[in-house]
Design a protein around this ligand. Structure first.
Ligand code: BGC
Length: 764
């Protein structure tokens, strides 16, 4: 068992003791978020005890600043600006003193230090005894009911009488912290320097507590941060300053005293003048919260979490550690998703500043499936974000000399390309097809016609247009449609012709667009959308021809699918003579050294075959799997889950199980050695997919769901729920049989190992 996982406790992670390194890493694992805000699991006194802190911070989804990218040598069309999510004023900072002596891990003997992340309730608690003089218990949660709200309860039990106990609560605007760039992280391209404070703040008057109006330096984004403390009569407000307030009392031994603290982070707004309106809204929120009191707000939160788990839990009988890992991943996935249609899911969720808070293809290909089948309304919002950035994507396509259509940015917050390294950035044009794939999957899973014939239609048409304008029919390849000079998902192979994954995904993108437009015309739905984007009927023929003639590289001699035109002509990487310390390769070899070898950072061809598994024979998939697995380093956290799912697909359950172990526990065990910068959210989605697509074998086609369950021998049972076209279906798989229960919605014929099963809801 991993030290954070305790026997008999399948719903929590527990840290005991005061190990500095563990506490630092747990800033990420114990992060709490709700899609709008996220706060690192740092100690309340972190800014005073830097040895116990890696990167304190609270982040707001979509609250970012920009600065120009400096290139040694510039070329036309390069991304112009960094976009970086910025840490906000930290409202959870607390300083406790006893008779003037600070109570924290550095100042005195701390015993029984324990922190528990309760996944079921969405709650982080911490308790400790200091110098045998006080017992402290602090609880915090980030509310889903009030997305602006972070709540804390501080309970202190003095063990001695007649001492002065003070609690200082700080709304820290980072100015005094002098946040500096951390030199040690500079070389890793996956982390942008942790830079200093990047907003201006102005104190606003409010009767409900402290309020700060913050404005980013360059992007002109505004937000309000407010803090309200609720203290009983036993406390006196002894000192009040701009950013802090200090409460004091005389201790009575064994009598527990309590303070409640609420921090509000408003939605982002764009004009300074809106601040007064936002103050009013925040005051109304604080008023409501005060009226309800901490206990009720907490109870509401716990209830919301229960409802979430009722639809999202995946149970495994037979392995407790895996069970915790899986729940932990589902918990963080849920925390990461923007739900306002204007924000998305960053590669690290809201748990850290790694990858600068950027949104990648990770969302559509790894994280969205979970939402699609458990919270379709959130999946819709995530796709709406993509729709909202279509104007930037169109502009980008023109910059890339593409006459018609749109090209989504490889990594972005505001819709503009933010990748400073185009070979592993802009060149990954597959992102267009990934987004189209997700749109189509959403329509398949929900029958949401309003979305399909509005936002969905527009995205499908604009992405399909991109492909016909990007590629061409190559006479030297008997007129096949080719896509040259692209990078596929595998970032250790860049700028190649005909990446198999890209071409296959583009082919499907063209087909999805064709099918959806034809349906729109037949149903006379979305015709205004088509008119608005200047759709012409001839485009249908162009798409059909490009799809039909799409070149898919295959080596007849070895009967292997080729990752791209050149892959097999390269020398295989010398794995035998590469010591473990040289991984990940990207930190030890020049990109060109990597690019000229057969070596993959992550699943590429295998991912393509997994997504369209019915298009390939099992023999073909098994051959390709064996070949590509041998040259894949899994240096990307997006890799293992795909290999695991494909192992299930080709019937290698032992391998599927072993990959699943790795993915389920990746962040808890710090497998990629960079969890401190944030969780690996795509892998978390990959874990969920491994269960549902991998072991349960879920596929959606012919308007219904198909399952081919296979249970690893280590497990006695798995059970989960999916939403499908306004239905709720419970699935329980045991070695003996599989039961499907329709809990909500109209009857449906589903397929179990290819045979139809009619399911009916017996509930009246
Ligand atoms: C992977 C990409 C991924 C990115 C963000 C990279 O290491 O190679 O596929 O999109 O991380 O998670």
């Amino acid at each position: 068992m991993h030290p954070l996982i305790q026997q008999g406790s399948a719903w929590s992670l527990t840290e005991t003791g005061t190990d500095k390194e563990q506490i630092k890493q747990n800033e990420t694992l114990f992060a709490l978020a709700n899609g709008h805000i996220g706060t690192r699991g740092s100690l309340e006194e972190a800014s005073r005890t830097p040895d116990y802190s890696y990167s304190e911070g609270t982040l707001m989804n979509g609250f970012y600043d920009t600065e120009p990218i400096t290139y040694g040598e510039w070329a036309y069309g390069y991304a112009t600006h960094h976009q970086t999510v910025i840490p906000l004023p930290n409202g959870k900072r607390i300083e406790i003193s006893l008779d003037g002596e600070t109570v924290d891990l550095e100042t005195g003997e701390t015993t029984n230090h324990k922190r528990t992340l309760d996944l079921k309730k969405g709650m982080l608690t911490r308790s400790f005894t200091w110098e045998n003089a006080v017992q402290v218990e602090i609880e915090r949660f980030v509310s889903y009911d009030y997305p602006e709200l972070l709540a804390q309860r501080i309970q202190i039990t003095p063990l001695v009488s007649n001492k002065e106990l003070t609690v200082k609560l700080v709304l820290d605007d980072l100015a005094e912290m002098g946040r500096e760039a951390k030199g040690e992280t500079d070389v890793d391209p996956r982390i942008k320097q942790l830079t200093a404070r990047r907003f201006d703040s102005q104190k606003l008057e409010s009767s409900m507590g402290k309020m700060l109006h913050i404005t980013t330096h360059n992007t002109g984004l505004h937000a309000l941060v407010g803090a309200m403390t609720c203290a009983g009569d036993e406390w006196t407000l002894s000192i009040e300053k701009d950013a802090s307030e200090t409460y004091a009392l005389q201790t009575k031994a064994d009598q527990t005293v309590e303070l409640e603290r609420f921090i509000g982070y408003s939605p982002i707004f764009h004009k300074k003048e809106e601040a007064s309106q936002e103050v009013e809204t925040m005051e109304i929120l604080f008023d409501v919260i005060k009226g309800l009191g901490y206990d009720q707000v907490r109870a509401k939160h716990v209830y919301t979490m229960e409802k979430f788990w009722a639809l999202s839990d995946v149970e495994i009988d037979g392995d407790e550690a895996l069970q915790v890992g899986l729940r932990f991943n589902i918990f963080h996935l849920n925390q990461a998703a923007g739900r306002d249609g204007k924000t998305n899911m960053s590669a690290k969720g809201l748990s850290g500043e790694g990858y600068e808070g950027h949104y990648f293809w990770d969302t559509e290909m790894y994280m969205l499936p979970f939402f699609l089948y458990t919270q379709p309304e959130t999946a819709r919002k995530l796709l709406q974000y993509r729709h909202s950035i279509l104007p930037q994507a169109r502009k980008r396509a023109r910059e890339m000399a593409i006459k018609k259509g749109a090209l989504f940015a490889w990594r972005t917050i505001n819709g503009e390309e933010a990748s400073a390294y185009y070979p592993a950035g802009t060149a990954q044009v597959h992102i267009n097809a990934d987004i189209a794939h997700a749109v189509y999957a959403y329509i398949q899973a929900t029958d949401d016609e309003v979305f399909a014939y509005n936002e969905g239609l527009e995205i499908l048409v604009e992405t399909a247009r991109f492909w016909v304008n990007y590629g061409h029919f190559d006479e030297r390849r008997e007129g096949a449609f080719v896509l040259n000079t692209v990078t596929g998902p595998d970032e250790y192979t860049a700028i190649v012709n005909n990446n198999f994954y890209t071409n296959l995904m583009a082919k499907h993108n063209l087909d999805y667009a064709l099918e959806t437009v034809m349906k729109a015309i037949a149903k006379e739905c979305g015709l205004d959308v088509l008119a608005e984007i200047g759709f012409e009927k001839e485009e249908l023929e162009q798409w059909a021809e490009a799809s039909e003639k799409m070149f898919l590289p295959y080596d007849k001699k070895t009967k292997l699918t080729m990752q791209d035109d050149s892959f097999f002509h390269k020398k295989v990487w010398d794995f035998d003579n590469t010591p473990a310390k040289k991984y990940p390769l990207l930190l030890h070899y020049h990109p060109l050294t990597i690019y000229r070898h057969q070596v993959c950072k992550q699943a590429d061809t295998v991912l393509a075959q997994f997504l369209f598994s019915w298009e390939f024979s099992t023999d073909q998939k098994a051959r390709d799997y064996a070949y590509y697995e041998a040259v894949t380093t899994h240096d990307s956290s997006l890799s293992r889950s795909v290999f695991g799912m494909m192992a299930s697909d080709i019937g290698d359950l032992d391998k599927a199980y072993s990959y699943f172990m790795d993915t389920a526990l990746m962040d808890i065990t710090d497998m990629q050695a960079n969890t401190k910068d944030g969780v690996h959210a795509a892998n978390m989605g990959g874990t969920w997919m491994s269960m549902i697509y991998g072991f349960a074998g879920l596929r959606v086609y012919d308007d219904t769901v198909h399952f081919t369950p296979q249970l690893p021998k280590q497990w006695q049972r798995i059970a989960f729920t999916i939403q499908f076209k306004d239905r709720e279906i419970g699935v329980t798989i045991t070695p003996k049989d599989t039961r499907y229960i329709l809990r909500e919605g109209k009857p449906l014929t589903i397929y179990h190992n290819g045979a139809p099963r009619h399911i009916v809801n017996h509930k009246k």
